[in-house]
Ligand binder design. Structure first.
Ligand SMILES: NC(=O)c1ccc[n+]([C@@H]2O[C@H](COP(=O)([O-])OP(=O)(O)OC[C@H]3O[C@@H](n4cnc5c(N)ncnc54)[C@H](OP(=O)(O)O)[C@@H]3O)[C@@H](O)[C@H]2O)c1
Length: 326
């Protein structure tokens, strides 16, 4: 089968199409004939050599897939050959065939294309576990989401709105802000022109945001403490700017803030299965009703993976970039 690996760390040019044997499913695993594989920023960090696959994960890139079940390993009872599924995988998605654990796999919601399904798992699992589990966002509260136009951001805006929150998003251009508003954001802040702390204070009558989903870090960390409401929860999922910063923690103490964070990929199959179950129960019905939908920026055939990564590197995209296999 054709698959994509990164040969040494670097730009899109290190991405190489190779021939690999079709993997055999182990206990609890299914083999999926991949039709679509979403690209995520962590793939870029892996390509650059700064995010090695966890022990046991394949060196083939790709954290999410949609396709058809073609084989099952021992004790894999949940799915049948021929069923359309989407799965969160620890690697191996940029390929014609990919293994997935049956418990980290979801049915493709009615009405969704394979391309849309392939854009769901990584962002939906991440947003659910961080905004709703760790951040405990409740109906009537305010979510501030940085990187509102990213794959993660476009998902967070839609899910938070669907669960009754007010949403403020930050993004790097007027056009991206308009897209965030079209997805449901009540307020979008062009961070290149406007101070997000002042904008959040103004939008919340001085109260601040109850939950902040942050992928930027750096000087956003003290500014998030300023933008947060009393008893606010700040959830860190990445450090696009920097993981190191000097912070005056008195604000955290005086406001009784909770600053937490998580990474998805190294978590156990069982922990990911819990998130999968919650998504199936709470979120997939909303997707079927059309109240949440992955935003597809562009699609590229597997063979054009370098161009797909170049688009993500440009940060010009809104939503998800997806690879397709023929
Ligand atoms: N912890 C986890 O489990 C987990 C899981 C998945 C993803 N993530 C992280 O979540 C973030 C979003 O992932 P994604 O796949 O949705 O990414 P994405 O679609 O590539 O979006 C990233 C966006 O962040 C904005 N940005 C702000 N500061 C930036 C900087 N210094 N460099 C580059 N971009 C910057 C850019 O938009 P603007 O034009 O608005 O600046 C860019 O479009 C990534 O950092 C990723 O590593 C974490």
């Amino acid at each position: 089968m054709r698959a994509v690996i990164a040969e040494g760390g670097g730009g899109p040019e290190v991405l190489t199409l190779v021939e690999r044997p079709v993997p055999a499913p182990g206990p609890g695993e299914i083999l999926v004939k991949v039709e679509a594989a979403g690209i995520n920023r962590p793939d870029v960090i892996q390509r650059e050599g700064n995010y090695p696959p966890p022990p046991g994960a394949p060196d083939v890139l790709g954290l999410e897939i949609a396709g058809t079940v073609v084989a099952r390993g021992a004790c894999a009872e949940r799915w049948r050959e021929g069923e359309a599924v989407m799965a969160l995988v620890p690697g191996g998605g940029y390929a014609q065939y990919c293994l997935a654990h049956e418990d980290n796999t979801l049915a493709v919601p009615t009405g969704l294309s394979m391309v849309e399904a392939g854009a769901i798992p990584e962002t939906y699992f991440t947003v659910w576990t961080n905004v709703f589990d760790r951040g405990r966002l409740a109906s009537g509260e305010t979510l501030l989401v940085h990187g509102g136009s990213s794959g993660i951001g476009t998902t967070a805006i839609q899910l938070a709105k669907a669960f009754g929150a007010t949403v403020i998003a930050t993004a790097g251009s007027a056009e991206k802000c308009a897209r965030c508003r079209a997805l449901g954001a009540d307020r979008a802040v062009n961070y290149r022109e406007e101070d997000f702390v002042a904008a959040v204070k103004e939008a919340t009558g001085g109260r601040g945001a109850d939950v902040i989903l942050d992928m930027v870090g750096g000087d956003y960390i003290p500014r998030n403490y300023d933008a947060a409401a009393v008893d606010g929860r700040i959830v860190q999922i990445a450090f696009l700017q920097s993981p190191k910063v000097e912070v005056d923690f008195r604000r955290l103490m005086m406001k009784r803030l909770t600053h937490t964070g998580s990474t998805l990929r190294p978590r156990s199959v069982a922990q990911k299965a819990e998130i999968a179950a919650a998504l199936t129960r709470e979120v997939m019905p909303l997707v079927e009703q059309g109240r949440c939908r992955p935003v597809i920026d562009s699609t590229y055939p597997l063979e054009e993976v370098r161009a797909a990564h170049a688009r993500m590197d440009s940060s010009a995209h809104v939503g998800k970039i997806v690879l397709t296999t023929r």
